[in-house]
Design a protein. Structure first.
Length: 246
């Protein structure tokens, strides 16, 4: 029996990159997986096709996470597609979707600031709120994807760092508010690359105690730990950064 056999996982923004890797890790452990996407329809279809190769049910749901009604509709669709009569429609929620941008602090516009917070902080709150009754019935788990930037200030990513710091605090608030039925934790990646790294990324590798940048599968492994480990673990922020934040 696989650790997540017949569980239902919802991973936001999982058509590509880290979210895709997280979806695969959950499917490999037997979870049925729903992913959300906004503009990456082709990639989402391909991801679903590859997820189904694990012998599980998979679906891609369109969602604009900056629109509350779209979030509610997406969660409702996942529950309709994967739900069970006992209300346990979602067992695991991974709030992965995020926005990243480089900008000088003095030049960040109100629109840029709001877009960052709507995506990185408000959306995880609203998705968790919509999924709450199902996660509560399932004694489920929420795993937010934070960032090393939410712990350490990066002067050229002020709005990003602040939004992720807020997500870290939201994780801890939710862990108390949603207890004892739901455990809520956060994975905070450092520099994660796939394929050939640019010179800038190699600069980070040299600064990292482990002398390399991280891989998507290492972030996915941390998510899997919170998804399968003791339910008693809650309110934690786990850095996956090779020691870069030390």
């Amino acid at each position: 029996m696989k650790k997540l056999q017949d569980k239902v996982a919802l991973v936001t923004g999982a058509a590509k990159r880290i979210g895709r890797g997280i979806a695969f890790a959950l499917a490999e452990e037997g979870a049925h997986v729903a992913i959300t996407y906004r503009d990456s329809a082709y990639e989402a279809r391909e991801t679903v096709r590859e997820l189904e190769d694990f012998g599980i049910r998979a679906a891609a749901v369109h969602a604009n996470l900056r629109q509350p009604k779209s979030i509610q509709s997406a969660v409702a669709q996942v529950v309709a597609d994967f739900g069970r009569p006992d209300l346990k429609g979602i067992d695991i929620l991974v709030n992965n979707a995020g926005l990243f941008e480089t900008a000088a602090l003095e030049r960040i516009s109100v629109e840029q600031w709001d877009a960052m917070f709507e995506t990185n902080t408000r959306a995880p709150f609203l998705v968790a709120q919509a999924a709450h009754p199902y996660l509560k019935a399932a004694h489920g788990r929420i795993i937010n994807i934070g960032s090393l930037g939410g712990i350490h200030p990066w002067p050229t990513h002020g709005h990003y760092c602040t939004s992720k710091a807020a997500l870290h605090m939201l994780t801890q608030v939710m862990s108390k508010a949603f207890a004892p039925e739901i455990s809520v934790n956060c994975v905070a990646p450092g520099m994660i690359v796939n394929g050939e790294a640019s010179a800038e990324y190699e600069h980070f590798a040299r600064k990292t105690p482990m002398k390399r940048n991280g891989k998507t599968e290492e972030v996915a492994a941390a998510v899997l730990f919170f998804a399968t480990g003791p339910h008693f673990i809650t309110g934690q922020i786990l850095g996956v950064d090779g020691g870069l934040g030390l």
